[in-house]
Design a protein around this ligand. Structure first.
Ligand SMILES: Cc1cc2nc3c(=O)[nH]c(=O)nc-3n(C[C@H](O)[C@H](O)[C@H](O)COP(=O)(O)OP(=O)(O)OC[C@H]3O[C@@H](n4cnc5c(N)ncnc54)[C@H](O)[C@@H]3O)c2cc1C
Length: 413
């Protein structure tokens, strides 16, 4: 039977939920506070939108540190292959890149938003832009509508909250859904900025700002010297510290206990153990035997990094290479294998890719995304306590949970 459904939030989850509910035959109204849909999608994947990862469900789950098993059912409703088919049906050509990351062939995230808008139009979803929702209205254990910020109230048979998290608040994700959930009696778990650049104590990072290091490995040690994270990949120096794929993933493991004071060790030459690296240094030192030490590292390191390594090594840059002692060479070797940094914090929500934490998933039916506390109230996307690593997994979560909510809302009395 046709019901009136309200979806709050026109991001990835909300658009998918609205389109799907309308396709099921409901009258669907989508409320978005911005003057356009999908503002966050536009900035994803550096403007290219890595909309999913071309993987089976098991692999998707392996890349989700935050409550993966809650998502089993949503992924079976709409997995990565289903999502790719969905976009192809809307005329969006896709390609798979390194790490099985899926992007539009056009490399334009705008095309993802346009495809979703086409889906909404095809299914006659009624759009309400510049319409911030103030609260949800409840009665007799069910949701009965919403109140807009302008005071107007709208009745509904079902409501889907897809308001996103707290990261990049300029895109409209300001955590309103957490407030709606709490008002409905839900618990919201502790919230943290995740997949976020890390700040470091060392000022020399700022001098390397913009330098990207590929094929490095990082290790993070806690105060007791215990290894808490290790990863191989790519990183980047920023004005205040470090960022890039391996750092963002590492941040997911540190945020919960950031106060512990972590140390980051960067292995600049992970393909060589200390012995091999020492042999390599010896070869370079022979080649540059009559040069100053300051000019002997050109074959080994990016130019921008050399002054910092020279400084940290404590070896006089003006010293002739053939006068560098064995001790000094060993010290240099150690530095290249474990360049140390002290982590002091994160860059916060303004630069976090996702929010860790959210509406407690124990109180949500995983097969429908419906609240177990309030009838016909569903949640989808980042507002839920689920989060993943980079690679297209977060948007897959948003699309799959949105699809599941839209598919099942008001399906049964
Ligand atoms: C810089 C950046 C890059 C990213 N890149 C990728 C990537 O390449 N791949 C990937 O998988 N993930 C990526 N992510 C993560 C991904 O974008 C999010 O996880 C995903 O967009 C969440 O979708 P959502 O629909 O739940 O929330 P959102 O996209 O945040 O959408 C929520 C919407 O609700 C609206 N809203 C909020 N409150 C109200 C209200 N009270 N009334 C009306 N409307 C409201 C907001 O304006 C917003 O439009 C990236 C994130 C960032 C910040």
């Amino acid at each position: 039977m046709k019901k009136k459904i309200i979806v709050i939030g026109g991001g990835a989850a909300g658009m998918m939920a609205a389109g799907r509910a309308a396709k099921k035959g409901h009258e669907v109204h989508l409320y978005e506070k911005n003057n356009r849909l999908g503002k966050k999608i536009l900035i994803t994947g550096k403007g290219r939108c890595n909309l999913t990862n071309d993987s089976d469900v098991e692999t998707l789950l392996e890349n989700i540190p935050g409550n993966p098993y809650f998502l089993y059912s949503a992924f079976y409703h709409l997995d990565s292959f289903g999502l790719q088919g969905f976009f192809k049906d809307l005329g969006l050509e896709l390609k798979v890149e390194r790490g099985r990351r899926v992007f539009p062939v056009s490399d334009r995230s705008l095309d993802v938003v346009l495809a979703l808008e086409k889906y909404l139009k095809q299914n006659k979803v009624k759009l309400h832009l510049e319409s911030p929702v103030e609260r949800i209205l409840l009665g007799n254990g069910a949701v009965i509508g919403i109140r807009l910020k302008n005071g107007r109230e709208e009745q509904a048979d079902g409501v889907i909250v897809a308001t996103g998290g707290l990261s990049y608040p300029a895109t409209g994700s300001t955590g309103d859904g957490y407030r709606f959930a709490k008002a409905a009696g839900h618990h919201v778990t502790k919230l943290y900025p995740s997949l976020v650049p890390l700040k470091t104590a060392e000022e020399w990072c700022g001098r390397l700002m913009g330098l990207s290091l590929k094929n490095i490995s990082i290790k993070i040690l806690n105060q007791k010297g215990k290894k808490v994270y290790e990863e191989f990949g790519e990183m980047l120096f920023t004005h205040f510290g470090v960022s890039g794929p391996v750092i963002l993933s590492a941040s997911r493991h540190l945020i919960l206990t950031m106060e512990e004071g972590y140390r980051l060790l960067i292995d600049l030459k992970p393909a060589m153990d200390e012995k091999k690296l020492d042999a390599r240094l010896l070869r370079d030192f022979e080649k540059y035997a009559n040069k100053d030490f300051g000019n002997a590292l050109d074959d080994l390191l990016p130019q921008k990094l050399i002054p910092v390594i020279l400084e940290l090594s404590g070896i006089d840059a003006g010293k002739k290479v053939n006068l560098v002692t064995r001790e000094e060479r060993k010290r240099l070797c150690g530095l290249l294998k474990a360049l140390p940094l002290t982590i002091t914090g994160t860059s916060g929500y303004n630069e976090a890719v996702v929010t860790c934490g959210g509406v407690c998933v124990d109180e949500i039916d995983p097969s429908t995304m419906e609240s177990k506390l309030v009838k016909h109230l569903h949640f989808a996307g980042e507002v839920l306590d689920v989060d993943a690593y980079t690679g297209g997994f977060n948007l897959q979560i948003a699309f799959s949970t949105g699809y599941t909510a839209g598919e099942s809302i008001c399906n049964r009395e």
